[in-house]
Design a protein around this ligand. Structure first.
Ligand SMILES: Cc1cc2nc3c(=O)[nH]c(=O)nc-3n(C[C@H](O)[C@H](O)[C@H](O)COP(=O)(O)OP(=O)(O)OC[C@H]3O[C@@H](n4cnc5c(N)ncnc54)[C@H](O)[C@@H]3O)c2cc1C
Length: 629
């Protein structure tokens, strides 16, 4: 367990795109990018005997390493020491066990010590807590039910993971406060529900917090989610996060953002969580999900170089101590896009690094290096999927990377095929050269595939033009002849070469002061809600009404908008080629509404129903389909 006060590093739980910035303290001999391995890091084999590989931590990275090591070396003596009761369990499946989609706890236990002994001849010891390491004597001290003992190693792999951050909140020691990290945690939450818990407060709206919230709502609890940041899923851009908030509300979840928990008042029948804005929320259950931090107290105590609590490793996972490697949530990585140094608490990077570390131990010299993570992550919230890859706007700003941002709402498959729904896509490309830097998407279908393609493109260093060239699978039930990814490339190249000039929802106050807002939607759409003072000229009528626009602009720039940014782009081309200073709203009214969030109805003018002609409702994805390109 992390000792109290051991909180120098707060890694948001499964918030892959939120780089943690802290002042690095590089140990002597480490380059800034830490690509040079300590020359002494390889494992000398015990004289004449098999290589003794000891792995601390038997879940994602650790078990991946142990299994690969066995496949490479039938003679190695491989011991896995795990403090918990289970190894190789599906931590990512825990929320679905709480929610009841995975009923049987046993399904989460992918392997057992017995199955690992039988299949891979691994010596897996659960209930074995490593309490000290001695990299010089090459021993670890292990505490287990039978007492304390020492285990020697030639190669030691630290896959110790992370533990939940416990912020200094009065009352956090209440027995009603739970975390969701282990099988025991999930079983405990299920028991609480069976024992009659009816109201839950989830503290932290990161990926795991939202998975927990959905699971509890699914079980019929009244759920409140409290998030200190100003929107849920903080790595997600705010304009996409708003869609997730709306979906949470559809699930019946009460969402409170921009507030934290100030105290938890413990009562006999219930606890009351006092929020920083003074609100009091009664709860039978509080799920603490505000982040994780590397579980590295024993590693630091052993003198192994760490950076803000996370183990510093080179590109082969070697630590500063000879014969000691580390992988997973406990280590620092260099972000593949921005170079920011941070732990990336995700299962994929941990599993892959575990495998590569086994290669480096047993095949030094030919092992592939561990690549810097792109930080691809995905979560289901109700009917929606939200996914991210690469850098978000905040990370790019922090890194000082000049970039352009695009908002698109393409359909996930052919519009004429039943079930077409938009994928709300935000893409960042480098201002100079157009390299793809990051992408995020929210939608009901097809989000996973697009984000995976874009993640691959980022890994490959592709630029906007390359996205146009990708041959992606298409038939009407699956995609469009111009896939969402191709479209992103087309829009990006148009922006970069000046064919398309964008303005952004964030610029609205200035635009309303200095420009004519030209709304090129149909009149019916316009009456569903529009910016006061805007001029409505449907894009099909624009060429014939240019003089009217010129008169209304009276020398001011013209800032065009439509529903999704497609028709306004067409209008922009008409205007620009007619001598106007024009720009098209990125993502159109769909993005503007999402950026305005709950304030949209105050900002937009919606005529009273009696004065409205019969107009379509654009408040649902299905209805918005009508206005897609
Ligand atoms: C609820 C939940 C949902 C998640 N969902 C996703 C998801 O959908 N996608 C995704 O990519 N990631 C997800 N993650 C994150 C993912 O599970 C982790 O990134 C991954 O498991 C990290 O692997 P690891 O090997 O570094 O650490 P872990 O898998 O956490 O394993 C570390 C192990 O080391 C043991 N240990 C620590 N110290 C000692 C010691 N001193 N002695 C003995 N044993 C020790 C711990 O008991 C633990 O079992 C989720 C995590 C949780 C908790």
């Amino acid at each position: 367990m992390c000792p109290p006060g051991y909180d120098r590093l707060r890694v948001e739980t499964y918030r892959a795109c939120t780089p943690i910035t802290w002042r690095p303290r590089y140990p002597v001999g480490y380059s800034r990018t830490v690509t040079q391995a300590p020359k002494t890091a390889q494992a000398p084999t015990a004289a004449g005997g098999p290589t003794r590989i000891v792995v601390v931590g038997g879940v994602a990275g650790g078990m991946s390493c142990a299994a690969r090591a066995r496949r490479l070396d039938e003679t190695a003596q491989i011991t896995v020491l795990e403090r918990g009761a289970f190894v190789s369990y599906a931590s990512c499946g825990l929320p679905y066990h709480v929610g009841g989609e995975i009923e049987d706890t046993g399904r989460l236990l992918v392997q057992t010590p017995g199955s690992l002994r039988a299949a891979l001849d691994l010596d897996v010891r659960t209930g074995h807590d490593v309490v000290a390491l001695d990299p010089v004597r090459r021993t670890v001290t292990v505490r287990a039910a039978g007492g304390t003992s020492e285990v020697g190693f030639d190669a030691l792999v630290l896959a110790v993971g992370a533990c939940p951050v416990r912020p200094p909140i009065d009352g956090l020691d209440s027995p009603r406060v739970r975390t969701l990290r282990t099988v025991g945690d999930a079983v405990g939450l299920r028991r609480d529900i069976e024992d009659g818990a009816r109201r839950a407060l989830v503290l932290g709206a990161g990926f795991i917090g939202l998975e927990a919230a959905e699971a509890l709502a699914r079980r019929g609890l009244a759920v409140t989610v409290v998030e200190l940041a100003d929107h849920v899923l903080p790595p997600l851009e705010p304009e996409l996060a708003h869609l997730v908030t709306t979906e949470l509300r559809e699930l019946g979840v009460n969402v409170r953002v921009g507030v934290g928990a100030a105290a938890i008042e413990q009562g006999v029948d219930e606890d009351v969580v006092v929020l920083t804005d003074g609100h009091r929320v009664p709860a039978d259950l509080v799920v603490l999900s505000v982040g994780v931090r590397p579980d590295t107290a024993i590693v630091e105590a052993a003198g192994i170089a760490c950076e803000a609590g996370a183990i510093i490793v080179d590109e082969h996972g070697r630590t500063s101590a000879p014969g000691v490697w580390a992988v997973g949530d406990a280590t620092v990585s260099s972000d593949a896009v921005t170079g920011a140094r941070r732990p990336v608490p995700l299962a994929g990077p941990a599993n892959r690094a575990g495998r590569l570390v086994a290669d480096d131990i047993l095949r030094p010299g030919s092992a592939r290096p561990i690549s810097g993570p792109v930080g691809t992550a995905i979560v289901r919230v109700g009917r929606l999927t939200a996914a991210i890859t690469g850098a978000n706007r905040a990370a790019l700003d922090r890194a000082g990377t000049p970039h352009r941002t695009l908002h698109l709402h393409p359909l996930q498959h052919a519009g004429y095929f039943p079930g077409a729904d938009p994928i709300h896509l935000v893409v960042h490309v480098a201002q100079d050269g157009g390299r793809l830097l990051g992408a995020q998407a929210v939608g009901t279908d097809g989000v996973d595939r697009r984000i995976d393609v874009l993640a691959t493109a980022i890994r490959a260093g592709l630029d906007a033009g390359d996205l146009i060239d990708l041959d992606l699978a298409y038939s009407p039930p699956y995609g469009q002849a111009k896939d969402a990814v191709n479209l992103a490339g087309m829009v990006a190249t148009n922006v970069l070469d000046g064919t398309l000039r964008l303005w952004y929802s964030e610029d609205l106050p200035e635009v309303r002061e200095t420009a004519l807002v030209l709304d090129v939607r149909s009149t019916a759409e316009y009456t569903t809600g529009h910016l006061p003072g805007s001029l409505n000229v449907p894009h099909t009528e624009l060429r014939a009404r240019l003089d009217e626009v010129r008169g209304a602009a009276a020398g001011r720039p013209v800032r065009v908008l439509c529903a999704s940014g497609v028709r306004s782009a067409i209008a922009h081309r008409v205007l620009a080629q007619s001598g106007f200073d024009s720009a098209s709203l990125s993502g159109g009214m769909l993005t503007l509404r999402a950026v305005l969030g709950d304030a949209a109805d105050d900002v937009l003018h919606v005529p009273a129903p009696s004065s409205c002609p019969s107009v379509p409702d654009t408040s649902t994805p299905g209805a918005r389909r009508a206005f897609q390109p």
